[in-house]
Design a protein around this ligand. Structure first.
Ligand code: NOJ
Length: 505
């Protein structure tokens, strides 16, 4: 299937390209950039939510699943995007947000749909029905004084959770999926896919465990009962059945935000999501042994026939160019070699292809309530005021960072990060060496080395000292040092600090 080796490209529409000079990216802007994506060679674009929304959580609070946010354009623009993408052999994935709606969604105010949400009476002392905390902090329950009941929200109070035990909710999302699939949408990234179903008995969560991930340590509890329930998989299976009504079958990419790989595997079933995001990889430090360990364990645990999915940046997490690489050009190049050489599918977040860095946004320009603006700042297309994102003189919705790394400046430079990204994608696509199983290879400290079954040997030196690897016979296909492309290897592979190669052996 097409997604098994796919490069998915995440577009954050508000920050990609502004066609009407209002400082906000939009669908016509994205259409004008499809040539870039075709040139880059990615297989599909995933758009962060494009639905109408009051934007308390920047689109992840949907008020109408059947339309397009006016900031981005119209339904006709979306249809135009799908057609224009298809002309370039690009597929369009939308971001479906089924865990919760916006509190202004008409469903939330329809008394006949009250049981589409989780409304519960207070405890006798007036306190919330249980101890669940919101991911964004505070109680996961808000009291509605009019009815005297609390409603559940795993995220903001403006994002009431739907009750996925309710068959009517399931039917509503079958219909929403069909609506978009009929319009040619190739699939969905499913927001909060791991947490759609809550414990039926609403049992209290236990306290945070020792070594709890920072997110749960912060809220002081392990979200055992409001997230990660096994019944979510039944919902995925149902969504997959709808995806299979279409030809070609539509793709479901789960935001499976769990940090333990054993837990991730519970979502990887043959008739559920085709791809599940691997947050353990994204959160691993950029240290050879740690990355290698996450990948090796993922591969070991993955059921036969399943496809891993790798990503290192997103609209939620600081960009890898900063978080992993601290802006170091050679490290960024190594990270791209890793991402694009691993078995399976991967996601590039807009700007990853030029090594765009996270931009600390000053308090007076902050837009996100939990500090995720740094990775959401506008795409840098050119070195001019507005960065080619918007017209010079227009204030963009978030500030634009350094323009040193920009698409135009890198596009015709054979040694740029952008050219490396494009060439890695081409190697992956057109050179069979990047096919087949992942096989770890023993390597000196600071070096991560692996083979792909069909004959590729990939070595990344993430350390500060040069290293020599013995017993490597073949030729470098592509490396972070482009002057070495094509170099023959007759036994010893020397790697400088933060140098990586893909060799054919
Ligand atoms: C995950 C999304 O990626 C994030 O941006 C959002 O805040 C939460 N889900 C809630 O929808």
């Amino acid at each position: 299937m097409w997604w098994e080796n796919a490069v998915l490209y995440q577009v954050y529409p508000r920050s990609y390209a502004d066609s009407n000079a209002d400082g906000i990216g939009d669908l016509p802007g994205l259409i004008s950039k499809l040539d870039h994506l075709e040139w880059l060679g990615v297989d599909a674009v995933w758009l962060s939510p494009t639905f109408p929304s009051p934007n308390h959580d920047w689109g992840y609070d949907v008020s109408d699943y059947y339309d397009v946010h006016p900031d981005f354009g119209t339904l006709a623009d979306m249809e135009h995007l799908i057609v224009e993408a298809e002309r370039r052999d690009l597929r369009v994935l939308l971001d479906l947000v089924p865990n919760h709606t916006s509190d202004v969604h008409p469903w939330f105010h329809d008394l006949e749909k009250r049981d589409w949400y989780l409304w519960r009476d207070p405890k006798p002392d007036g306190s919330p029905p249980n101890n669940w905390k919101s991911v964004f902090g505070g109680d996961a329950w808000t009291l509605d004084p009019a009815s005297g009941q609390y409603y559940l929200h795993n995220f903001l109070p403006e994002q009431p959770d739907l009750d996925w035990w309710n068959e009517d909710v399931r039917v509503a999302f079958d219909d929403i999926s069909r609506f978009w699939f009929e319009r040619g949408v190739a699939g969905f990234r499913i927001d909060v896919a791991h947490a759609l179903v809550k414990d039926r008995e609403l049992r209290d969560n236990p306290s945070a465990r020792p070594n709890e991930s920072p997110a749960w340590a912060r809220i002081g509890q392990w979200p055992k009962y409001n997230m990660g329930r096994p019944e979510a998989v039944d919902v995925h299976r149902r969504m997959r059945r709808v995806a299979r009504e279409f030809d070609p079958e539509r793709l479901l990419v789960g935001e499976t935000y769990v940090l333990e790989l054993e837990e991730l595997m519970t979502y990887i079933v043959p008739d559920g999501l085709q791809l599940s995001m691997n947050l353990a990889f994204l959160h691993a430090p950029f240290v050879a042994a740690e990355l290698a360990a996450v990948v090796a364990l993922t591969e070991e645990l993955m059921p036969d026939g399943a496809t891993p999915l790798w990503h290192a940046s997103s609209h939620d997490d600081p960009r890898f160019a900063t978080r992993w690489c601290d802006g170091d050009e050679q490290a960024i190049r190594c990270a791209l070699v890793a991402l694009l050489s691993l078995r399976g599918a991967c996601i590039l977040f807009q700007g990853d292809e030029i090594g765009l860095e996270a931009l600390p946004v000053p308090p007076e320009r902050e837009r996100d309530m939990v500090g995720r603006d740094a990775c959401r700042t506008p795409m840098v297309w050119r070195d001019e005021e507005g960065a080619g994102f918007t017209e010079p003189g227009v204030e963009p919705w978030l500030p634009i960072g350094s323009r040193d790394r920009n698409v135009a400046g890198q596009r015709d430079d054979p040694d740029s990060i952008l050219t490396l990204t494009r060439d890695l994608i081409a190697v992956r696509k057109h050179c069979r060496i990047l096919h087949g199983a992942y096989e770890p290879v023993d390597a000196p400290p600071d070096v991560w080395a692996f083979r792909r079954e069909s004959g590729a040997f990939i070595a990344l030196n993430l350390g500060d000292a040069a290293v020599s690897l013995e017993g490597v016979e073949g030729a470098i296909v592509i490396g972070t040092d482009r002057t070495r492309d094509g170099e023959g290897l007759t036994g010893t592979l020397e790697l400088r600090p933060r140098e990586a190669v893909v060799a054919s052996v």
